[in-house]
Design a binder for this molecule. Structure first.
Ligand SMILES: O=C(O)c1cnc2c(C(=O)O)cccc2c1O
Length: 443
């Protein structure tokens, strides 16, 4: 129907970046047009004749997911890749018992507190494979009134003999290495399938995390050291440019900013070879209490922003780096962010030296922490994201306006007011009612 034809047109118009935000109910519809997508569009019949698919995610509502596929695709094999164990795994599998086309792959989580955060769709069509890397859980609320990021790959055709099938960004090899790291028989067929397809049109780099204590040549394959390796390709001209991190949760980062945030982690993100950046040029975007209170969802938006008081009170230094969520450019100031993005921007916010969208929040679990005097990088969780480097698009920098580069929020970001506080999900918020006249009283 015309509904889905528009996604093919939309995808063409979004080239060469093919980066989208999810549609949000309740904002002016002009902001839900071109660079916005919904999951039902991605899975629609005329976006590709589906043969089978794999859905990698954290929260999965099986019934809701099945009805996101068109009726004719609801018998095509669907592999759900998750990180649940025990009772949660049983509940997920029993929810799917009535669907005989659904199989499961439980990702190993051998290190405590790790989660399977990665959000990716592998879509096998009759004429090729498409990869979608995004930030939304497979539940209704994540695709309803939030700001989420979605990268939709080109249709990668079956390799017909000539050419390596690899792109300059080595995306196919990195994706195969990521899938191989699960070491799971049910992903072997997907790995073999990817090897037979031509990914040479892929212009993004893969930045992923897999749980482990990575050393030697594996040390910079994952997490913030992979990003550091890739950013060595960035033009040194922008060494004074600020680094911007935007996320929907914050881990325990240490008692001082020099413990991890402004040393190890910032060193990776400010890499252009050798130069490091002052911590004054680190700007962090995380919703304030009022951002949540005044959002379309109201305080319940905070149910997806799990920053705990236990963690926050140990790291009040962080609050001096914080900036509000403001996205007037996309009509999404009230669409609470669940997207995670990292970038290096010109001081005036007009240009970008690079841009990444990933499942990874601001945490050691996601990005990794160096141990044993830098001998190993310890990562707890699975994460996956895409990095846009100007050189992969034959540019020196991304000119946001001229290149029509979609940036999820307003640049430069706006610092917290003195009266602003970071959203904390496990304390009451009762001074002022939210958009629905409600208060927040977690038990
Ligand atoms: O998207 C995700 O991967 C993700 C992971 N975890 C949570 C939690 C939690 O871990 O307690 C609470 C609320 C939302 C999320 C969430 O959205």
């Amino acid at each position: 129907g015309s509904f889905s034809e528009s996604l093919n047109d939309k995808w063409n118009r979004s080239s060469p970046f093919n980066f989208f935000l999810t549609k949000a109910k309740g904002i002016d519809n002009k902001y839900n047009a071109n660079q916005s997508v919904h999951i039902k569009e991605i899975l629609s019949e005329s976006f590709g004749e589906l043969v089978q698919s794999a859905q990698f995610n954290y929260k999965i509502d099986v019934d809701w997911l099945v009805q996101c596929y068109p009726e004719s695709f609801r018998s095509k094999p669907l592999l759900i890749v998750h990180g649940f164990k025990g009772r949660e795994k049983q509940d997920l599998e029993s929810e799917a018992a009535k669907y005989d086309h659904i199989g499961f792959c439980q990702a190993r989580l051998d290190i405590a507190y790790g989660t399977h955060h990665s959000k990716m769709m592998l879509l096998k069509y009759t004429d090729g494979i498409r990869v979608v890397i995004h930030t939304a859980n497979l539940v209704h609320g994540d695709w309803h009134q939030k700001t989420q990021g979605v990268w939709i790959s080109p249709l990668f055709p079956i390799l017909l003999g000539q050419g390596s099938g690899e792109s300059d960004t080595k995306f196919r090899k990195d994706l195969i290495d990521y899938l191989t790291a699960y070491n799971h028989p049910k992903l072997r067929s997907w790995i073999e399938m990817i090897k037979t397809h031509d990914f040479s049109d892929c212009r993004v780099h893969l930045v992923a995390s897999v749980p482990g204590r990575h050393t030697d040549i594996s040390k910079d394959k994952w997490g913030h050291l992979k990003l550091r390796k890739l950013l060595k390709q960035v033009e040194p001209s922008c060494k004074q440019w600020p680094i911007v991190g935007q996320f929907s949760s914050i881990g325990s980062l240490g008692a001082k900013s020099e413990d991890w945030l402004c040393s190890e982690w910032l060193s990776s993100l400010s890499t252009m070879g050798q130069t490091l950046v002052e911590k004054s040029q680190l700007r962090l975007v995380f919703p304030s209490v009022d951002n949540v209170r005044l959002s379309l969802e109201g305080y319940p938006a905070g149910g997806s922003l799990p920053y705990s008081i236990h963690t926050a009170k140990k790291q009040t230094y962080l609050h001096s780096f914080l900036h509000v969520w403001k996205s007037d450019r996309n009509g999404r100031t009230q669409a609470s962010p669940h997207i995670k993005t990292y970038m290096r921007m010109s001081p005036d916010g007009e240009n970008l030296a690079w841009f990444a969208c990933t499942s990874a929040n601001l945490s050691k679990a996601a990005w990794g922490v160096l141990e044993k005097k830098g001998y190993q990088l310890m990562i707890r969780s699975y994460e996956i994201g895409v990095l846009f480097l100007p050189k992969s698009f034959s540019k020196e920098v991304f000119k946001i306006k001229d290149d029509n580069f979609l940036v999820p929020f307003d640049l430069p970001p706006t610092p917290y007011e003195k009266s602003d506080h970071p959203w904390i999900w496990d304390i009451p918020h009762v001074n002022k009612p939210d958009t629905h006249g409600m208060k927040w009283c977690p038990n």
